[in-house]
Design a protein around this ligand. Structure first.
Ligand SMILES: CC(=O)N[C@H]1[C@@H](OP(=O)(O)O)O[C@H](CO)[C@@H](O)[C@@H]1O
Ligand SMILES: [Mg+2]
Length: 552
């Protein structure tokens, strides 16, 4: 142990085994570090160290580490940290993680750790506890060993949660840190979590007509074993048919299936073509089971998608209704948080009924904005989201004296919803149960749910540019401030289309600029998107010889 309190020699010798690739710069982005699994070894080792430091900073409370690349292709992998309440890592620590990930030599690793310890005022004598898990990717086990070396280097008491979903890991962090307390979040195990969800669901649907079978597309990922366990607990209360559950065959993960495939291509996963009956409900999870997209085929076999915006609309209206029925109107205010990617029709529908806020892309922004409401419903259009009940609301619910059996029932339902919904992060399986509860209460099929409002046709396009950081935005990413003059040109195009809306922002997870466009009819939405994409490409100095041919 050196005078600084670090086991310098131990760190150096372990670090030796996890050298940083010389030619790569890593960045802790919207979803942590994410790139090809084959180049992440040194990052994992160093994230192990950062996790230990973060836990020490948090007085030895448990922090979480999740090894996953979510909806990305199988060769990718990634890692992100979870703070003690089960939330995303505090923003200031993202830059510490980035700094340590990019230290070039062993000496620099030590220096960077020392500098973080000093800047963040970390007491190294505090204990460090970390719970960690991974998804089903083949690169997972080796990357987890590197992470464990990082734990060893900084003296972490580790707890391996094995192969599980991202939301389960978030839940575990909160459950471990609230164990034995008045605000205990539940039993700190995967089974504990699924039992909690299952019990709340059964309570909510008792006495309701039996549901017809729901197909779940598990994206050939970690959602498959998780949904299997949940399904056993649910028994007859929700008949489930699991599809795309192959977690061993190479390259099938998220390939032609899963929530991202469905949302981006706006198509049925081909593997379900002969399985989904007209009118039957189905949903897709992503590779780490924190996103959910529903869909159905109508009588003519046409595909209809029910995305995160539709989930938000369904759920928010239901909670508002229960709050009224429970006699709590005026005491509990429900609000919705969206991003610029929310379909304009959903924003219109919701704003006519509730307060709606638009925030920058990324779950942490939505989560924090939702915390400001008594009940905050947040969903990204891509299907990631949840509902947050404030502490005051939880107390209001606990203390409220209902004046009639109807009020009492509504109050009980609201309380059960707080058990059913994951308060730490969006969970596809918990959200799925929530949707199923609302559909059951409203006696809605996919068709009735879909008709709450009609989506504006839309298109998302990626543009590869030399430097995506040249693109800067304001107004929750809805307007470009740089490159100068580009926003005016986009608006000029937008105004030529009925209900036209388009915006451009740099991705936080991929080296591209994203263009979104919507308009009253599909061909116009596509045209607007490709015109703006062309504008962005040219404006950013794209090589005319390589200009994608669909760009207008
Ligand atoms: C348009 C879109 O879907 N963007 C996604 C994507 O972020 P980008 O910053 O757009 O790459 O990944 C994020 C992390 O999973 C998710 O929060 C976000 O919604
Ligand atoms: Mg995900």
């Amino acid at each position: 142990m050196s005078s600084s309190g670090l086991a310098v020699e131990e760190i150096k010798s372990l670090s030796e085994a996890h050298p940083k690739p010389a030619d790569i710069q890593f960045q802790y982005g919207t979803a942590g570090f994410r790139t090809l699994g084959s180049v992440l070894d040194s990052v994992m080792f160093r994230v192990g160290i950062i996790a230990g430091l973060r836990s020490k900073k948090c007085d030895g409370r448990t922090v979480g580490v999740m090894v996953t690349a979510s909806h990305n292709p199988e060769p990718d992998n990634g890692v992100k940290l979870v703070d003690p309440k089960g939330e995303m890592l505090e923003a200031s620590w993202e830059s510490y993680a980035t700094r340590l990930a990019n230290a070039t030599t062993n000496d620099e690793v030590i220096k960077t750790i020392e500098s973080i310890v000093e800047t963040a005022k970390i007491d190294l004598s505090k204990p460090a506890k970390v719970v960690y898990a991974r998804d089903t990717r083949p690169s997972g086990p080796t990357l987890v060993s590197a992470l464990e070396d990082g734990f060893k280097a900084i003296g972490v008491e580790p707890r391996n949660a094995g192969v599980t979903t991202t939301p389960v890991l978030h839940y575990l962090v909160r459950a471990i840190n609230t164990k034995g307390e008045r605000c205990s979040y539940g039993e700190d195990s995967e089974e504990g979590y699924f039992s909690k969800l299952g019990d709340a669901f059964k309570k909510l649907v008792t006495g309701r007509p039996a549901a017809s079978p729901l197909i779940i597309d598990c994206a050939n990922g970690v959602g498959a074993p998780a949904a299997e366990k949940l399904s056993e607990l649910l028994g007859n209360s929700l008949p489930i048919i699991l599809e795309n559950t192959d977690i061993t065959t190479k390259d099938v993960l998220n390939n032609g299936c899963g929530a991202d495939y469905v949302k981006t291509s706006q198509k049925l996963p081909p593997s379900l073509a002969n399985k989904l009956q007209p009118g039957q409900r189905a949903c897709s999870l992503d590779g780490d089971a924190d996103r959910l997209i529903y869909f159905y085929l109508d009588n003519r076999g046409a595909f209809h998608m029910l995305d995160g915006d539709k989930i938000a609309a369904l759920v928010a209206a239901f909670i508002v209704e229960l709050v009224k029925l429970a006699g709590l109107e005026g005491l509990i205010k429900v609000g919705v948080v969206q991003t610029a990617y929310a379909n304009g029709a959903s924003t219109k529908y919701l704003s006519e009924r509730l307060p709606v806020k638009c925030v920058p892309t990324g779950v942490k922004h939505l989560h924090h904005a939702a915390e400001r409401y008594d009940v905050g419903v947040y969903f990204e259009a891509n299907g990631h989201g949840t509902v947050l009940f404030s502490q005051v609301t939880m107390e209001t619910l606990a203390q409220h004296q209902p004046l009639s059996p109807a009020q009492s029932r509504a109050l009980e339902h609201l309380i059960s919803l707080t058990e059913l919904i994951n308060q730490t992060v969006g969970d596809a399986l918990s959200d799925m149960l929530l949707v199923e509860v609302v559909l059951s209460y409203k006696s809605y099929s996919g068709i009735e749910w879909d008709s709450l409002y009609v989506d504006l046709p839309n298109r998302l396009v990626k543009v590869v540019v030399a430097d995506r950081n040249a693109f800067k935005t304001e107004d929750a990413e809805r307007r470009l401030v740089s490159p100068e003059g580009l926003q005016q040109k986009i608006e000029g195009l937008m105004n030529r289309y009925q209900s036209g809306r388009s915006f451009v922002r740099p991705s936080g997870t991929e080296d591209v600029v994203r263009v979104y466009a919507e308009a009253a009819i599909k061909s116009q939405a596509d045209e607007l998107a490709f015109r703006v994409a062309g504008l962005v490409y040219d404006e950013a100095g794209g090589d005319p010889a390589n200009r994608p041919k669909e760009f207008l």
